[in-house]
Write a protein that binds this ligand. Sequence first.
Ligand code: ADP
Length: 361
Amino acid sequence: MSGRHEKEKGVNVQVLLRCRPFSDEELRTNAPQVVSCNEYSREVSVSQNIAGKHIDRIFTFDKQRDLYDQAVIPIVHEVLEGFNCTIFAYGQTGTGKTYTMEGECKRSKSGPKGELPPEAGVIPRAVKQIFDTLEGQNAEYSVKVTFLELYNEEITDLLAPEELSRVALEEKQKKQLPLMEDGKGGVLVRGLEEEIVTSASEIFTLLERGSAKRRTAETLLNKQSSRSHSLFSITIHIKEATPEGEELIKCGKLNLVDLAGSENISRSGAREGRAREAGEINKSLLTLGRVINALVEHLGHIPYRDSKLTRLLRDSLGGRTKTCIIATVSPAVHCLEETLSTLDYAHRAKNIKNKPEINQK
Ligand code: ADP
């Protein structure tokens, strides 16, 4: 029996750029368009005088399904083969991170044959792909999900069953869920609710519950959702028989991360570790930038331990994992500075050459 699929895989980080359409307000005020994308050369240019950036894939004003089919289907396939994969949405608040990850519809509202509405985002599509595949296979499987939020380096379990009240939440915030090494290069969150699910619709119900809890917590505790990260993880075990009659267990995990707005760190903050203003520092986002820089520059020390997010995702950045960063930008001139920052970040992340020997330091 093997605890992990034996197939050796090359590792990579895929970076996509998604430019949202103009908002009604931008259309009304005739906001000039400053982002142009050449989908053939995969070059992005911002205004006339700024050099282009090469990104793996570019999507402008696209359909949710196109992005999913082109970029995410192969990643979910990897997870079903027993690998850890992470999909991040990174970008300025208001550029489409939540639209990309969740979509605009009620997630659970699928059609009579279980088909998803056109606006469904990456998460519901991935859930559907996973269950369609598992249900079509003749193998035993189990699926577990966790859903958490990170705000000011505190973890909130979005699937915890207790009634949500201000008191309960404040209590919970005092007793932060602690992180522990799992002995396999990853970390566990002690006390985090792990729900075993048997169908896509069960996951949709849990997602609804978690999102509702996130919204209520935001109102009760005066949080700003633009400063929090959400991490939804799906872990799949599949028991298969090899042609030689041996039992093989494949275990893969898909992490789906809606990051805090990138305006929470400045351009120089992402690059040099300096934040624009003390009040704007978002430690996890900043550290994610540093981890990416350290991986790109092949530094001996990768500072995974410096923030909760990077500790949680340590087994998903570098090493034998696949990572997809969907960077989201606005086409409008008033977002120019943040758009450049996002492009810098995306461009540097694209150049990560994973070297397993440096990733576990
Ligand atoms: P963020 O999560 O980055 O703060 P949202 O996902 O809330 O941003 O998107 C902001 C607004 O832009 C929403 O009204 C959303 O519907 C719209 N939007 C974002 N991306 C797209 C897109 N690719 N196509 C159509 N509308 C989009």
